[in-house]
Design a protein around this ligand. Sequence first.
Ligand code: NDP
Length: 273
Amino acid sequence: MRTLDFAGLSAPVIGQGTWHMGEDPAQRQHEVAALRLGIELGMNLIDSAEMYADGGAEEVVGEAIAGQRDKVLLVSKVYPHNASSKGIPAACERSLRRLGTDYIDVYLLHWPGEYPLEETVDAFERLRDSGKIGRWGVSNFDVADMEELHPPGCATNQVLYNPQQRGIEFDLLPWAHTAGMPIMAYCPIAQGGELLKHPLLLDVAARHHATPAQVCLAWVLRMNDMIAIPKAVNPMHVRLNAEAAQLSLTEEDLNAIDNAWPAPAKKRHLAMI
Ligand code: NDP
């Protein structure tokens, strides 16, 4: 698996999402098995959040990484309503307990909230000093939010990005590129929905003996400094996602995708799911 420098660590360009994991006890063993398979295949960056299944997803991750914590790069997220000087350390402790570890590699603010950013960043920095987190970052921050944040401490911004959702190309991606900040692309395969049945993606996929989901991943990864975090429980999906790191789209493919879903010509409000 291709890797990039992420928060001072070597991270795979394709990781694993966990939204909706931990919601159905009947699925739990399949979810744990999927994450373990993904780790074996090199997708050893796992993205979770206290929000997902009210902590249930973090518990699934904890089970999947038991005995192999050192092989995994863990990302989790704190709710904005917990992002205060007292709330962050308490939320982090709860996440650590569920994840069954004593540190989170990269801890993100899930979206901008009501607490002053200075207070949130200060609490993140204290967690960093105590070794409970390696680095901190944000999610769903637009350019103005990033400018208010004043990196250098911020490791990443996790945002929506797939062929149908290209708004960030106008300003946020160039901004991140200049700042040297990797972006984490969430919903990179548009949640496995209608997009994957689009005739154009089927055509491009057929040219490469690939699938539309793999084309979406390869398309996201045409950008440097990008980590895609598809979520998959079906083991075939896990394998296909890992293999997508080897797929390179041609100029012709990229032009066809541009014609179907043009790059933004002006500022768009940051899309979120
Ligand atoms: P994705 O775009 O990753 O799509 C997931 C869906 O696609 C699932 O139904 C999955 O099915 C299916 N799928 C996975 N791989 C394939 C494949 N190769 N072929 C066909 N279908 C496939 O959507 P998510 O919403 O899960 O986003 C990814 C991750 O990003 C989340 O899980 C979460 O970790 C993060 N996220 C962050 C947000 C934020 O605000 N920061 C917001 C939303 C997501 P199955 O599971 O059955 O294999």
